[in-house]
Write a protein that binds this ligand. Structure first.
Ligand SMILES: O=C(O)c1ccccc1N[C@@H]1O[C@H](COP(=O)(O)O)[C@@H](O)[C@H]1O
Length: 216
């Protein structure tokens, strides 16, 4: 089954829609410059809406230990997503210090970018393969930008991985077919305005990803 992560959850309607649709993961953005940013207290209130449900993923960009600790003190995170310029050494340090699995986001523009995966593979649990930020973008992710999905087709990725970048309910099935991804992650594509999730589009995205996986 395709793993689906809905990222940038910042309100109850978005959280409830992701859980009701059966998304495996929801992402809380602990990065203040993002329009989807939540405080640890805000994420805790959303997470408390349901005892079980999706795995709570904390998204950080070049975080300090204190920032991660503050989020973890409030929210039962099951996965730490690192979406900045964290080195393999820093990923290993965070993974060991907090005792949680780490998903490293890497930007893909062409085939040469896959070389970076080798150094990270021993120290992370998952990869998130995203587009590189477009010129002038103020965020390192969440820019609705896609990369060439054919670049991952038939390629051995040394850890489980999610495809991200510019996915939408309308394109996710094609993205899964072309990339061979077993998991997908979306933020902008399920919003009705920048930073505002659309419950209907969240449901449509999860259904489209499921249908694509069943169609094989
Ligand atoms: O979503 C954000 O605001 C964000 C901010 C900083 C780093 C990463 C961010 N989002 C991640 O980027 C992917 C792709 O986003 P999109 O679907 O293209 O908008 C998203 O799934 C998050 O993991």
């Amino acid at each position: 089954m395709t793993t689906v992560k809905i990222c940038g959850i910042s309100d109850a309607a978005g959280f409830d829609a992701a859980a009701a649709a059966g998304a495996e993961m929801v992402g809380f953005v602990f990065y203040p410059p993002s329009p989807r940013a939540v405080t640890p207290e805000g994420a805790a209130a959303l997470s408390a809406r349901m005892e079980d449900g999706p795995l709570r993923v904390g998204l950080f960009v070049d975080p300090t230990d204190e920032e991660i600790a503050a989020a973890l003190a409030a929210v039962p995170l099951g996965l730490i997503q690192l979406h900045g310029a964290e080195s393999p050494e820093r990923c290993a340090e965070i993974r060991a210090r907090f005792g949680l699995p780490v998903m490293k986001a890497l930007g893909i523009g062409d085939a040469a970018d896959f070389a970076a995966l080798e150094a990270y593979a021993p120290v992370v649990d998952r990869f998130l393969l995203d587009a590189k930020p477009p010129a002038g973008a103020s965020l390192p992710g969440g820019n609705a930008a896609a990369f060439d999905w054919g670049l991952t087709a038939g390629r051995v990725i040394p850890r489980p991985w999610l495809l991200a970048g510019g996915l939408t309910p309308e394109t996710v099935a094609r993205a899964i077919r072309q990339s061979g991804a077993a998991g997908v992650d979306v933020s902008s594509g399920v919003e009705r305005a920048r930073g505002v999730k659309d419950p209907g589009r969240i449901g449509a995205f999860v259904r489209a990803a499921r249908d694509a996986a069943q169609a094989g």
